[in-house]
Design a protein around this ligand. Structure first.
Ligand SMILES: [Zn+2]
Length: 96
């Protein structure tokens, strides 16, 4: 993904890195290769990572049942996905 640096206006491809902060928070960030300005992409913690994992599992399950033609089950799974997405958004908002 290409972005423009707010600071020096150069265009660059994001090379995302992660570092651990206190309280189990993982911070994902990248730097402008031209001026070295730092950008914080997002933060995660054990709660958001747990929800994210569940979310991925549910999406996989949803695809599986859908591919078997079980539309009712797929709809149920999808509702669960939507709920988890909301939960994830809330948890992310707390730390970002
Ligand atoms: Zn820059």
């Amino acid at each position: 993904m290409k972005v423009y640096c707010d600071n020096c206006k150069s265009e660059f491809v994001i090379d995302k890195k992660a570092r651990n902060l206190e309280n189990g928070i993982e911070e994902h960030y990248f730097n402008c290769p031209n001026c070295d300005k730092e950008y914080i992409a997002f933060r995660t913690n054990s709660e958001t990572r747990e929800i994210q994992k569940k979310l991925q599992d549910e999406i996989e399950e949803c695809k599986k049942v859908a591919s078997k033609g079980n539309i009712q089950a797929a709809k149920k799974k999808w509702n669960r996905v939507l709920k988890l997405r909301k939960k994830h958004k809330k948890a992310m908002a707390k730390i970002n």
